[in-house]
Design a protein around this ligand. Structure first.
Ligand code: B12
Ligand code: SF4
Length: 510
């Protein structure tokens, strides 16, 4: 059987003029995971349109075309699906957007997969009869839904041999869990994992074996919340000590404050953490059910990470119902003052299937459903505290301001040691000030050559001795941070749910 697996790209990622580095960071791990279930005699290719040209006219066409659909690439995915269906291939669609809107996707697919694929995909492969399909387009079923039997135990090794490593800056991306223990209203998580477990991990031994199979030194854990299960994370980190890895990951503010775990991660090689702060306004957090953030001392989170030598990639969302036009400057000023190295800003985006989307729809605040623009850079709903124009302008201004050389230097100079200041300058400047250079590396297919630079910047962080663990989060004082003279951050305890209608769209590691 000839199988083609495709990760379609949104238009921006294939532009002939300029390609942001973020689309050349990570290989299509989901598809490589699924490829591992194919029988050994299968002829299989994986095409990632973010980094490769997708040819659609091979002759004969593939027997089976499997497409991963994200919201921003849904339009393109459906185009490709329609094309291959017209050519007679069996087209199967899966992924987050298909799970959110199966009735939309069904118009473009022979078979749909809802939820994670580790159980349903092998089941389909057992049931699919290529002869019957060729003869009469017969299929055992048209929809496979992942429900209660979810597990990562016995996961076959990811087919990394199908990934073109040299096309990515971070070929060693890895996920050792699925989902997250939290339930933020704006997040895709609850909708995607509906009907079964929404947070589960590999066995520690299997995760360590997967790490061991990866060449080189650098790793990027794409798990939504690597620290989410302490009974898994602790032995994992212990097992990684001595492996000589430097790695990046995502974690929540409460897990950073939890005593002991962060230090273990640092001992195992953690050097940079993506943290979903989301908002400097406590009302927003409560309204979004971002309970793990409410009442936390954000400045202590940053300090604690810096004290153990971990760089911070802080994620913020603009446009929640408690946000007014001042939110952009307040957020940037706070982040710069804390010495945060990199920040990711988003415009709140209601993804179909989320609690946020349901509320916005009920309030008739969704202005269009052009999924191409659901990319967290466009306003697709009516904000309460400002106009859509103010929200979009403020979002871009926040990026510009945070990454001004003056602010990068100001952030770097919050660090007491010259070496740390220089690293801050190198890391923050490297990401945002050399976009044309990244573009050149991407086009000349040399992007992997920049990895040693990233590794050495990361490796020299964390050289300091870990500080003692922070006190229990509950004992931490809520406090007012200051940016210049103006108080900018006060995270309050959660008011009762539903008192405001806020929300947004976070990308835990995107
Ligand atoms: C890495 C990543 C990226 C990378 C690359 C994506 C890639 N190479 O796959 C980059 C940086 C390019 C990226 C960009 C963006 N991302 Co992103 N990203 C992720 C991240 C962190 C990990 C993806 C991953 O590898 N998961 C691990 C693998 C194993 O899981 P998986 O890919 O989901 O695959 C499984 C299932 O979905 C299913 N499945 C998937 N496809 C198929 C197909 C078939 C046939 C079957 C049977 C099953 C199946 O089975 C797989 C195994 O279980 C996710 C968060 C997350 N935890 O998933 C966000 C996430 C996917 N990103 C998101 C967003 C919003 C974006 C951006 C729009 C953000 C932005 N502002 O720029 C852009 C645009 C994306 C695009 N190209 O259209 C959202 C998507 C929301 C949605 N409803 O679609 C997520 C969920 C983050 C979030 N919490 O909001 N992203
Ligand atoms: S936003 Fe982050 S912490 Fe909240 S449910 Fe989603 S992955 Fe978990």
């Amino acid at each position: 059987m000839r199988v083609k697996m495709i990760l379609p790209a949104l238009t921006e990622a294939t532009s002939p003029f300029f390609r942001p580095i973020k689309y050349s960071l990570f290989p299509p791990l989901g598809l490589a995971t699924l490829a591992a279930y194919l029988p050994p005699d299968t002829e299989v290719t994986i095409v990632d349109e973010h980094v490769q040209r997708l040819s659609l006219d091979e002759d004969p066409p593939p027997d089976l075309v499997a497409i991963q659909v994200y919201i921003t690439s849904a339009r393109r995915s459906y185009e490709i699906a329609d094309h291959y269906r017209a050519r007679g291939s069996c087209v199967v669609l899966g992924g987050l957007h298909v799970t959110s809107l199966p009735s939309e996707a069904a118009r473009h697919a022979d078979v749909l997969f809802l939820g994670p694929g580790e159980q349903t995909w092998p089941q389909f492969l057992r049931e699919f009869d290529l002869g019957a399909w060729r003869r009469s387009k017969a299929l055992p079923r048209q929809r496979y839904e992942s429900t209660d039997a979810r597990t990562l135990v016995g996961l076959p090794p990811v087919r990394r041999d199908l990934i073109q490593r040299h096309l990515y800056l971070v070929p060693n991306s890895i996920v050792v869990s699925r989902g997250c223990p939290h339930h933020c209203d704006f997040c895709y998580k609850d909708a995607f994992f509906e009907g079964g477990k929404s947070f589960y991990t590999q066995t520690v031994d299997a995760a360590l074996a997967e790490i061991d199979r990866l060449p080189g030194r650098h790793l990027y854990f794409l798990d939504d919340h690597l620290f989410g299960n302490r009974r898994f994370a602790e032995p994992l980190f212990a097992g990684m000590v001595g492996m000589g890895r430097v790695w990046q990951a995502a974690g929540t503010v409460d897990s950073v404050l939890a005593p002991g775990l962060l230090e273990r991660a640092v001992d195992a090689g953690l050097r940079s953490l993506f943290v979903g702060f989301e908002s400097v306004n406590g009302d927003n957090l409560a309204a979004q059910r971002k309970r793990q953030n409410v009442g936390r001392d954000y400045a202590a989170v940053v300090r604690r990470l810096h004290d153990v030598g971990v760089m911070v990639n802080a994620s913020f969302v603009f446009g929640m119902d408690g946000d007014g036009p001042d939110v952009f400057d307040r957020t940037v000023a706070w982040a710069v003052e804390q010495g945060i190295e990199t920040a990711t800003f988003h415009i709140m985006t209601p993804y179909p299937g989320t609690g946020l989307y349901a509320r916005m729809e009920a309030q008739d605040r969704i202005v269009h459903r052009d999924w191409d623009l659901y990319d967290t850079r466009h306003v697709v709903f009516r904000p309460l505290g400002m106009t859509p124009g103010q929200l979009e302008d403020g979002y871009w201004r926040a990026y510009r301001d945070f990454y001004r050389w003056g602010n990068i230097a100001r952030g770097a100079w919050t660090k007491p040691v010259l070496r740390d200041r220089l690293r801050h300058l190198a890391y923050a400047g490297g990401w945002k000030k050399f976009e044309p250079l990244w573009d050149l590396l991407i086009r000349s297919r040399q992007v992997l050559y920049a990895l040693p630079v990233l590794e050495s910047i990361l490796a020299s962080f964390g050289a300091r001795k870990p500080t003692p663990a922070a006190p229990e989060p509950t004992a931490l004082r809520t406090q007012v941070e200051r940016a210049g003279a103006a108080p900018i951050l006060r995270i309050e305890a959660a008011p009762p749910r539903g008192t405001t209608q806020a929300q947004r769209a976070a990308t835990p590691a995107a």
